[in-house]
Ligand binder design. Sequence first.
Ligand code: NAD
Length: 277
Amino acid sequence: MREFAGRTAFVTGGASGIGLALGRTFAQAGMNVVLADIETEALAAAVKSLHNFGPAIRGVSCDVADPMSVERAAKASYETFGNVHVVCNNAGVAAGGGIENISLDNWRWVLDVNLMGVLHGIRTFLPHIRAHGQGGHFVKTASMACMNSALGFSPYAASKFAVVAMSEGLAAQLKPLGIGVSVLCPSYVRTRIGESGRNRPERYGVTQTPDPASAIGLMLAQIAARLEAGLDPSDVAARVLAAIRDDELYVFTHPAMRLEVDERFAAIQAAMDRVVG
Ligand SMILES: NC(=O)c1ccc[n+]([C@@H]2O[C@H](COP(=O)([O-])OP(=O)(O)OC[C@H]3O[C@@H](n4cnc5c(N)ncnc54)[C@H](O)[C@@H]3O)[C@@H](O)[C@H]2O)c1
C-alpha cells in the first residue's frame, strides 16, 4: 500500500504503547484512525492526545478476545469513516510463570487475547477489505519471543509463535488479492506490557505476584528493567509504516537480536544435517 492519506487504519491495543504510537504515525500520514481498546479511560485520553496530529481520530471500546465485540468495533469504524484499509491486530498481554506455575488461567487469557484476538480481527475485516477492493494491509504484532522462547515455559511465546505462523500462511493467500500482511517482531519497547494485569478480566482469575526472590520474581524484575530501557514505541511505528509501504512480511526492530535468531536456526539446521547423515 503506497498511499496513506485519506485511508483508514484500525488499531487494537490503541490506548497505550505501540498501538498508540501506530495511531499517531498513521494520523501524521494523513489517515483516519480508529483506536480500539479494552481500557476505556486510557482510550479516551489516547484519542484526545492524537487530536493535534490529525482531525479524524475515533476511539472504540473493544475486547479482542470476544468476536462480537470486534464485530461491533468494526461496524462503528465503517459508520464513522467508511472503508477500512489498514488493520493492526496489536492488542496483547503478557503473563508468565515457569514450570513451577503452569496456570490454565494464564494460558487461556494470553491465548484468547494474543492469538484468538488476532484471528477475530482477520475474520471480521478480511471479508470487508476483499469486498471494497481498494487494497489493504494487515499488521500482526508478534514479538521477538516468536523466534526464541528462552524466557521459559510461557504462554506468551506460544501465542507469538502462532501469530507468526498465521501471518506467514495469510500472506501467501492474500498476495494475489493485493492485500498485504506484516508481522511485527519487536524486542523490548518502553510500554506498559509489564503491567498487563491491569486489563485482566475477572473470568481469567487474578494475576499472581510472585515472591521477588524466586526465580520467576527475579526474571520479572529483569524484564521490567529491560522494558524501561527499551526502544521508543514511535521508532517501532515508523518501521511499521515503512513495512506497509514496501509490503514487507517480517518487521524487526532490534538488530542486536539477530544473534539469538541465528542460534535457533543453526540448532535447527544442525538437527536436519544429522538426519541427512
Ligand atoms: N513492549 C514490548 O517490549 C513488546 C515487545 C514485543 C511485542 N510486544 C507486543 O506489542 C503489543 C502491544 O503491547 P505494548 O507493549 O504496547 O503494551 P501496552 O500494555 O502498553 O499496550 C497494550 C494495549 O492492549 C490493550 N489490551 C489488553 N487486552 C486487551 C483486550 N482484550 N482487548 C483490547 N485491548 C486490549 C491494553 O489495554 C493496552 O492499551 C502486544 O501484542 C505485545 O505483546 C511488546
